[in-house]
Ligand binder design. Structure first.
Ligand code: TRP
Length: 466
């Protein structure tokens, strides 16, 4: 239903808003990227610095984004324009959100590629369940190298990669085309609770059957000497990706929030839930991987290669493996929906298309880029679109999109958001939106005006030239 005077649908309740925003935040970033990054960057040092980044940089930027959206009540660039107009500032600031919308579109295109891999592993475990039965470990009688080879095998099969990618994108488009209440909110309200139930079940299973104490020691023993510049950079980048920041996604969701929602409190819940899920993902994956005697530091292969091997030795391995990838699928879908919604809301409001047509236009664009990303692991692996920029010299199409969005668009979008909210926008307007007072308000102001822009500028420069 359209909310009074806004001309668009709103969340039907505060709970729906929280579930959708948590759904956006919790995704492949938590389940796949966080444990892989923590493992590659030495465990405890990374984890502690990550929490620090969420509190001091992520949370203030998250609140800034949702408040712009809620004040503007429109797609992200239009929301920034309205805040600027109400502050008697230049409407040119909307460029920060236009860039964000474009970046969300780029992220969507490769996010759905990885979503396709998740679907592939669901298929792998379903067929394994039929072959090895319910109670034994997964992949009975198969060599570890065989299981590890599943991912390169998939990469080598361009047709399958493209098919899975487009399938995942199509499901995302289906829900976004249906609109807020019966699409995006529906996914969040049904899939997020299911996600949490599966997730807790698997974490408890890992705790009882796996090597829980080693995992806890690995993730939470803080070794100061391991905290290098590279580790810090990885932690901030991960915090931003995981909270869906810097690319207008949270602005778009903020626009559907009601006037009486306390945004500071809601942002705290979103950031808290997202961080808790990342920690628990580590506590679900590492005990299982350690119990199988495998290493933590394998990077992106951790979830797609090490974990399936580890399931081989676990009781009910195929069943738990299936449950695990179904759960990751739910998390990924609620995130890809938010990535598609940001550009779709823009196209739909700006050019007065119907929502389904706008979804189709954006989705087709993402499909074209997605095909190129899908093929960049084999067929067009030699294609280096940004070969002329030293930082991205070695990057194939998929890595180039990942690199450009993480190293350029996200930090620049976040820096501009902080400057806009902290220095340009009318202080009274910001006060009325943010739901903070007293010391917390002062702290947030200082973070948004000084700490975040400075820290993010350092990150931007080190990321590009360091
Ligand atoms: N945060 C999501 C994850 O962790 C991914 C995501 C969704 C995202 N929307 C975003 C990342 C917007 C950046 C910007 O998987």
């Amino acid at each position: 239903m359209a909310a009074a005077g806004t001309g668009h649908e709103n969340w039907s309740s505060r709970t729906a808003f929280i579930l959708a925003a948590v759904g956006s935040a919790v995704g492949l970033g938590n389940m796949w990227r966080f444990p892989a990054e923590a493992g590659e960057n030495g465990g405890g040092a990374f984890v502690l610095f990550y929490i620090f980044c969420v509190l001091l940089i992520g949370l203030p930027v998250l609140l800034s984004e949702v408040l712009i959206g809620r004040h503007g009540q429109a797609n992200a660039p239009e929301s920034v324009r309205r805040v600027a107009r109400d502050s008697k500032a230049s409407e040119g600031w909307s460029i920060l959100a236009s860039m964000g919308v474009f970046a969300a579109f780029l992220i969507l295109s490769f996010y759905c590629v990885v979503g396709g891999w998740v679907v592939y592993y669901i298929g792998v475990f379903v067929s394994d369940l039929f072959q090895t039965g319910l109670s034994g470990g997964a992949f009975e009688g198969r060599a570890a190298s065989d299981i590890e080879g599943l991912l390169p095998g998939l990469f080598g099969n361009g047709g399958l990669m493209v098919g899975l990618n487009l399938g995942f994108l199509a499901v995302t488009m289906f829900f976004v085309a249906r609109g807020i209440a019966s699409g995006i909110e529906w996914v969040a309200v049904y899939l997020m609770p299911l996600f949490f139930v599966l997730f807790l079940g698997i974490t408890i299973y890992g705790a009882f059957t796996g090597n829980f104490s080693d995992a806890v020691a690995y993730l939470f023993t803080f070794d100061f000497s391991k905290l290098t510049g590279e580790v810090m950079l990885a932690a901030v980048g991960q915090a931003f990706f995981s909270l869906s920041l810097g690319v207008a996604g949270m602005m778009t969701y903020g626009a559907y929030a009601n006037r009486d929602t306390n945004l500071a409190e809601t942002s705290g819940i979103i950031a808290g839930a997202d961080t808790a899920v990342a920690m628990l993902a580590g506590l679900a994956i590492f005990p299982i991987v350690f119990a199988a005697g495998l290493s933590a530091s394998v990077g992106p292969g951790l979830m797609f290669q090490s974990l399936p091997i580890a399931f081989q030795a676990m009781p009910f391995g195929s069943l738990i493996g299936l449950a695990f990838f179904v759960m990751v699928f739910f998390a990924a879908l609620t995130s890809s929906v938010s990535l598609l919604e940001a550009p779709t809301a823009y196209v739909f409001e700006k050019f007065s298309f119907s929502r389904p047509v706008a979804t189709l236009i954006v989705g087709l664009g993402a499909a074209v880029l997605g095909v190129l990303s899908s093929l960049s692991f084999n067929e067009i692996a030699e294609f280096r679109p940004l070969g002329f920029i030293p930082t991205f010299a070695e990057a194939n199409f998929f890595d180039a999109l990942d690199g450009v969005t993480a190293k350029l668009f996200m930090p620049i979008g976040a820096i501009l958001t902080c400057i806009f909210v902290g220095w340009i926008a009318d202080a009274k307007l910001i006060d009325d939106e943010n739901g903070l007072d007293g010391v917390l308000h002062q702290t947030w102001r200082v973070l948004v005006r000084f700490v975040c822009p400075v820290a993010l500028t350092v990150i931007l420069l080190v990321g590009l030239f360091g």
